[in-house]
Write a protein that binds this ligand. Structure first.
Ligand SMILES: [Zn+2]
Length: 347
């Protein structure tokens, strides 16, 4: 028996598992088709060395990339209602949840972590697209709110990183209710005088775009990320016009004032550190109440005069006054008629 289990079985296992190895060693770039060695891909944080295509990251990879030393603490998120509508399409929703959980090891599509970024206290809510397209249901909404609360409690910056097809259709109206809920959560952070930063990643669409994802004090985006409400095809069918090239890509949104900066992944952490450094009030809010605004600006200037000043003027004005009225009008006008379609497309 022991000879069988100790000697023969491992030999057979080794033979069988050999076929798995090549799959793990090489990954094909979905943009240019180049085969990339797994180690190179990991080293480059899943950016294609050939065409600079930014592949999707898991929530865990995101968090490791951004926090100081890759260390953070995950917030334990409250249990929420499972399958409140007893929804079923080709499969039961509970089945879909089960599969997504075993495939990702996550409870739902969001992970919320606390830690430090550039020495500043931060809370990050990161979406995982692998979990049912990163769709936002009750669990995701609760997670987001828990993140906002934790940020207020810790006087930390709140950073949201959506990667989501939108609302989770299996939870119907309950998933749509997460839109106003997350917006209120963002307001809580802003009322506390803390920065709320959004990093738009591929893809950010549907109800996520239409709620917390467009409310950042500073909005960063990864190159090439698809960001929009309804999908291109749905819009083209509705307005019966061909849309311009690059429509709904991060760069297009940047040109049109909806995104402050398009930041390559390799510069993302450094950029975030710089933004936090500019926006976070240095640790002396209890001593005096009025001066913090001044003290926040001064150290930034002294550290890196040219670059920081440029970035500040680049990001600050665009975010608020110019874009808000226009885009709000556009979004409601175009998208109101077919919210269901877009969600289906998103899924
Ligand atoms: Zn490529």
């Amino acid at each position: 028996m022991s000879w069988l289990t100790n000697y023969v079985r491992p030999k057979i296992r080794a033979l069988v598992s050999k076929s798995d190895v090549p799959d793990n060693l090489w990954t094909k770039c979905s943009n240019c088709g180049q085969m990339i060695f797994h180690r190179d891909l990991t080293a480059g944080n899943k950016v294609c060395p050939n065409c600079d295509h930014h592949m999707r990251l898991t929530a865990e990879e995101r968090l490791k990339l951004l926090f100081d030393g890759g260390t953070y603490e995950l917030l334990e998120l409250a249990e929420t209602v499972q399958d409140p509508l007893r929804f079923r399409d080709q499969q039961r929703y509970t089945e879909r949840l089960k599969k997504a959980r075993s495939a990702t090891g996550l409870n739902d599509a969001i992970q919320v972590a606390v830690g430090e970024i550039g020495g500043q206290s931060a809370v990050v809510a990161a979406f995982d697209f692998r979990f049912m397209g990163g769709s936002m249901g009750v669990a995701v909404g609760e997670g987001f709110i828990a993140g906002a609360r934790a940020a207020v409690e810790r006087k930390a910056a709140f950073i949201a990183i959506p990667a989501s097809g939108g609302a989770r259709m299996q939870e119907g109206i309950l998933s749509l209710m997460q839109m106003p809920r997350t917006v209120i959560a963002v307001e809580m952070v802003k009322d506390a005088g803390l920065p709320y930063i959004v990093i738009l990643t591929d893809p950010t669409t549907g109800g996520v775009t239409a709620s917390f994802a467009m409310l950042g004090d500073v909005t960063l985006a990864e190159p090439g990320a698809v960001i929009g409400f309804a999908g291109t095809r749905v819009i083209e069918e509705t307005i019966r016009e061909t849309l311009p090239a690059g429509f709904q890509r991060a760069e297009y949104l940047h040109e049109h004032g909806m995104v402050d900066m398009v930041v390559p992944r390799k510069a993302l952490r450094a950029t975030l550190c710089r933004v936090l450094d500019l926006l976070m009030v240095p640790q002396a809010p209890e001593a005096t109440e009025e001066p913090p605004a001044e003290t926040a600006a001064e150290p930034a200037e002294s550290e890196a005069p040219d670059e920081v000043a440029e970035e500040a003027s680049d990001t600050a004005p665009k975010a608020a006054p110019e874009t808000a009225p226009e885009t709000a009008g556009e979004t409601t006008g175009e998208t109101a008629p077919e919210p269901e379609d877009s969600q289906r497309a998103a899924q």
